[in-house]
Design a protein. Structure first.
Length: 133
């Protein structure tokens, strides 16, 4: 099982940066202290269920996404990190000179995610560890 605390911290930071917010901005919106929020991002503390749900609602994602449970059961933590890093590198999506809306970006990310997991599964089934295949 992928480390939920690790994924939570990684994904909270990712989502906060996508919105160009500070830790204090997010903490204020959630009604918690900045230090508490910073501990969630740094993986030094786990939120209670209510706080986790408020974070998911604020970032417009599921709690499963924040916890890294959107990955297939066979996926390793390295696989999830590789996918997140790939998506982060391609976050500034545009088409025809126009930036995509957040909804359009999410649709593209969903498609890429599906393809990523298909390729990763084939790689694992074939015993290939090289990410370039």
């Amino acid at each position: 099982m992928i480390g939920a605390t690790y994924m939570l911290g990684h994904r909270l930071k990712e989502k906060r940066k996508e919105k160009s917010l500070t830790q204090k901005d997010v903490a204020d919106k959630l009604g918690i202290g900045r230090t508490t929020y910073a501990m969630y991002e740094s993986e030094n503390r786990d939120p209670d269920t209510d706080t986790l749900q408020r974070m998911a609602d604020f970032f417009e994602v599921t709690t499963d996404y924040l916890l890294g449970r959107d990955a297939p059961g066979w996926a390793s933590e390295d696989d999830v990190v590789a996918l997140d890093e790939f998506l982060d590198k391609h976050a500034n999506m545009s088409y025809g000179g126009e930036n995509l809306t957040e909804e359009e970006k999410q649709r593209v990310k969903d498609i890429i995610t599906g393809l990523f997991w298909e390729k990763a599964q084939k790689r694992k089934e074939g015993g290939v560890n090289d990410r370039t295949n």
